[in-house]
Design a binder for this molecule. Structure first.
Ligand SMILES: C[S@@+](CC[C@H](N)C(=O)[O-])C[C@H]1O[C@@H](n2cnc3c(N)ncnc32)[C@H](O)[C@@H]1O
Length: 267
């Protein structure tokens, strides 16, 4: 495991211990009404009942639990043992069966090929330096025709200052950066203590396509609120949507994962 992975594992363990943002389990009400809530998600056709579902980088007692409560056969993968402990704790309290796996999203070699009908991934690809291995791994474990629903931080949002100057939210980071982003404390757009990376559109959308997915839909979840105080999360989200939600489907062909054989356009 690289030093980045190790750092983020410790950072998320710490965030879970301190009960920070994204580490709070689902409420009783959310768990009890999970089937109805998830049925509203038209991207998962029909019910999740009986579907083999992978919650990727989704520990914390929130995601996997609700899918299990709705009848899915759930595996949750996360790099943080503390986040996975929350899933096991809530599952035990609710009498739900889930499988937890401590692993990094870019190495799912412990999971069988074609093992899942649906893969759900909340915002998390920002924690790995290279997103292509994640998509290659997800493609391998998703069955042909299976659905991959993932949310990512938008590159433009990661380029811009979290606080406005007199001229607005200025672009302060280059688009073509490969090194980690500078740490930001006190912003809902970033998770303090973690190491985060910007992934370009060609890496997100193009990367999924090169791994053997076709993109079926794309949404920008709306966090903007009219009349939000200047500098707040809701105000900034009106200029720079923070996230993108992508629905991709695994094609039936086996794509060639060898990067050297992928077509590169120059010019
Ligand atoms: C924003 S949280 C998403 C889960 C959150 N509990 C939720 O309700 O949506 C990001 C998750 O990614 C996990 N994570 C960070 N780096 C990872 C990696 N390389 N592989 C797998 N999981 C990772 C963290 O431990 C954390 O649980």
């Amino acid at each position: 495991m690289s030093s980045v992975h190790d750092h983020n594992r410790r950072a998320w363990d710490e965030r879970a211990r301190k009960q920070q943002v994204f580490t709070r389990p689902a409420s009783n009400d959310e768990i009890d009404h999970a089937e109805g809530l998830l049925a509203a998600n038209e991207w998962i056709e029909g019910s999740v009942r009986g579907k083999r579902l992978l919650c990727l980088a989704a520990g914390g007692g929130r995601q996997a639990i609700r899918y299990a409560a709705a009848g899915a056969i759930v595996t949750v993968v996360d790099i943080s043992p503390e986040m996975l402990a929350l899933d096991r704790q809530v599952a035990a309290e609710k009498g739900l069966a889930i499988t937890t796996v401590a692993a990094s999203m870019d190495d799912l070699s412990m999971l069988d090929a074609n093992a899942f009908d649906v893969v759900m991934q909340p915002v998390s690809t920002c924690y790995v330096p290279d997103v292509q291995p994640v998509f290659d791994q997800v493609a391998r474990v998703t069955c042909p025709g299976g659905v991959y629903i993932s949310q990512h931080k938008q590159p433009g949002s990661l380029q811009a200052d979290v606080k406005p100057s007199a001229r607005g939210y200025e672009l302060i980071e280059p688009y073509y950066r490969t090194r980690p982003l500078p740490e930001v404390v006190g912003s809902r757009h970033r998770e303090a203590g973690t190491v985060e990376f910007l992934h370009r559109w060609e890496q997100l959308i193009g990367g999924m396509c090169r791994s053997g997915f076709v993109i079926e839909d794309l949404m920008e979840p709306r966090h903007y609120q009219r009349d939000a105080p200047t500098g707040s999360f809701a105000d900034r989200s009106g200029y720079l949507p923070p996230y993108v939600l992508i629905k991709a489907r695994r094609t039936s062909q086996n794509m060639d994962a060898d990067m050297s054989k992928r077509v590169v356009f120059v010019g």
